[in-house]
Design a protein around this ligand. Structure first.
Ligand code: ADE
Length: 256
């Protein structure tokens, strides 16, 4: 079993890369570095996809075709769209949609033309392992890895894990109007980001199991960009590392 671990921004994988530094090798393909090694006894290929759907799809394709990964996990941040979600909560996708895909009148809104599908599925087993890892991290590890002053600064008090629809598009959403538009076209959407549905489509087409977790860095409104770099550095990085480490440990246990 080889797990592909993908993120869009450096901070989202830097700690996990540090864990595999010993004995890891690196291969550069199409302007990306793929890091091969073992973490917690699991063979992994870790890669920074960069931002956006094209970059994400190209990366997922290389992971499958060139490195033979047989499952992929995406980690990163997202903007919360559904009411009641808070910064610091974690969203695990149960399906993904490209919110900016619109080939009407030839195909229904959001449908991937000629694929006959608007929402890409995730692997239920991998997603439920990711969900348990996220729950354990928030309950047992968050306060060991993130300073109280940092949690206070971002208003993170009792963060929760949510499971539901994640929407991806080649746009950073940062206004109340755009959040309202997303809620109206996709009433059940939980969070918005810029890569997940592209990786989900590639995995769907190849039949490779896929799961995605996103830490909410903002609520996609006018304040979305304000503390974004600081959130990545001080919060998202520890979330991604903590949750992936627990996921890898559960995969090792599963294999005996
Ligand atoms: N990733 C994190 N926050 C986001 C937002 N508001 N829009 C798109 N992608 C994001």
């Amino acid at each position: 079993m080889i797990l592909g671990i993908v993120a869009a921004l450096h901070e989202e994988i830097e700690q996990i890369l540090a864990d595999m530094a010993h004995g890891a090798t690196r291969q550069r393909i199409a302007m990306r570095d793929y890091h091969l090694g073992r973490i917690s006894g699991v063979d992994c290929v870790v890669v920074l996809a960069r931002v956006g759907k094209v970059a994400a799809a190209a990366t997922a394709t290389a992971l499958i075709e060139h490195f033979g990964v047989d499952r992929i996990v995406f980690t990163g941040v997202a903007g919360g769209v559904a009411h009641g979600l808070s910064i610091g909560d974690v969203v695990i996708a149960d399906a993904l949609v490209q919110h900016d895909l619109d080939a009407r009148p030839f195909f229904p809104l959001h449908e991937m033309p000629l694929l006959g599908l608007a929402r890409c599925p995730v692997d239920s087993r991998l997603s439920s392992q990711l969900r348990s890892a996220a729950g354990t991290f928030l309950q047992e590890r968050l306060r060991q890895t993130t300073r109280p002053a940092v949690l206070e600064r971002f208003g993170i008090r009792a963060p929760r894990v949510h499971c539901g629809l994640v929407a991806s598009g080649d746009q950073f959403i940062g206004s109340a109007q755009r959040v309202a538009a997303l809620r109206s076209s996709l009433p059940d959407v939980l969070a918005v980001e810029m890569e997940g549905a592209a990786v989900a489509q590639v995995c769907y087409e190849y039949g490779v199991p896929f799961a995605l977790m996103r830490t909410l860095s903002d609520t996609a409104d006018d304040q979305a960009h304000a503390d974004f770099p600081r959130f990545l550095r001080e919060v998202a990085s520890s979330y991604a590392h903590g949750i992936l480490t627990l996921l890898l440990q559960s995969m090792r246990t599963e294999r005996g």
